[in-house]
Ligand binder design. Structure first.
Ligand SMILES: N[C@@H](CCC(=O)N[C@@H](CS)C(=O)NCC(=O)O)C(=O)O
Length: 345
């Protein structure tokens, strides 16, 4: 069957799936959501079995019609579909946006995974709910088997993303600071980089859809500490209603490079956590060492080296190198004093 629209195969408990669903809705790209691994899932095979999967319509010009990994999916959709872009036209602003997106995808996912698989109530909810996406008619015995399978597997994977007792306060404190800095941003405006959402907004939304909207422990922290963030998450889920000016419009809705004050604190958080981690991870990969050890917030942080995150930093560095000299000077000015400089040193 050849779809004449995009297919997005994902699940409700998957931050990256909801991120991509929000992007498609906001961009008004016709798509069909398919519950991955359910009886309705007949999408073609993918080389790496992760979610979400995007299947582009026939005629979308090459072999890579079936894709995983949300950031490349976003950029592919930008190529194929015009209008309501989520990439700011000014290269320096677009660069900062891409950095925020990567922070959300590669760092904020640590609190997301950690809270879900470290706390009793969260484990229990996830163990009961996640398996039902594949089969609502699942019987009690199979549900119990699936509960054991998924909770054991996911808890066993905690160290892979750094969710250990030793790292616990680093990860949890970072989540709380993200809630605080976003609350302050929403005192001033609706989105991070102007009057319209960018890649960074959607990256944050993906992880926060779970943290602030699904998993009991981080959800209660969010409603206590950051009600504006909870409301923002509800908004981001479907922004198809939001009218935005066209790209060619001089008042296109995006902040300029001189006007990024509202993300200053977030960049400091990125420089405090994600930056030392990503740099140490790249060094560990290069040295062929299995372990990342770095200092975050004056404490030692350890986890296994992660190949995909090495690639992510490589892409960011390529983006940095590709900036014109004038744009690089603007980016350097924005990042100066945030701790993010070390990513491109
Ligand atoms: N970098 C990917 C990450 C996607 C990902 O890690 N998906 C997870 C679930 S949210 C997954 O499918 N894991 C496979 C598994 O748990 O077996 C993206 O940006 O979409």
């Amino acid at each position: 069957m050849t779809p004449d629209h995009v297919i997005l195969a994902g699940q409700f408990g998957s931050p990256y799936s909801l991120k991509m669903r929000a992007v498609l809705r906001y961009r008004r790209i016709p798509f069909r959501w398919v519950l991955r691994d359910s009886k309705w899932d007949t999408i073609p095979d993918v080389p790496v079995r992760i979610i979400p999967v995007i299947v582009l319509p026939e005629g979308a010009d090459d072999a890579a019609r079936v894709m995983v990994d949300s950031s490349p999916q976003i950029m592919r959709l930008e190529d194929v579909y015009k209008g309501r872009s989520i990439v700011p036209p000014e290269p320096a602003v677009a660069f900062i946006d891409a950095l925020i997106e990567d922070f959300a995808d590669e760092w904020l996912t640590k609190p997301m995974y950690h809270y879900r698989w470290a706390y009793e109530a969260d484990i229990d909810k996830a163990g009961k709910l996640l398996p039902l996406s594949s089969d609502l008619q699942m019987g009690a015995e199979e549900a119990a088997r699936s509960y054991d399978f998924i909770t054991n597997r996911q808890i066993g994977r905690r160290p892979l993303v750094g969710s250990t007792e030793a790292n616990q306060s680093i990860i949890e404190d970072s989540y709380k600071r993200v809630l605080d800095t976003l609350s302050t941003s929403f005192d001033r405006g609706d989105f991070l980089l102007g009057d319209r959402p960018g890649r960074g907004d959607f990256g944050l939304y993906g992880q926060l859809s779970q943290l602030a909207g699904w998993d009991p422990t981080p959800m209660s922290i969010a409603s206590e500490r950051a009600p504006k963030v909870v409301n923002w998450v509800h908004r981001l889920d479907d922004l198809s209603w939001l009218e935005v000016p066209g790209e060619a419009d001089a008042t296109n809705g995006w902040s300029g490079t001189g006007d990024l004050g509202s993300v200053g604190d977030l960049l400091v958080e990125i420089g405090r956590t994600y930056a030392p981690f990503m740099v140490a991870n790249a060094q560990a990969l290069q040295a062929g060492s299995g372990e990342v050890v770095c200092e975050i917030d004056g404490q030692e942080y350890r986890q296994g080296a992660f190949k995909y995150q090495g690639k992510c930093l490589g892409w960011l560095r390529e983006g940095y190198e590709a900036l014109s000299q004038a744009d690089r000077i603007s980016v350097d000015g924005i990042l100066s004093g945030t701790g993010c400089e070390q990513l491109f040193a």
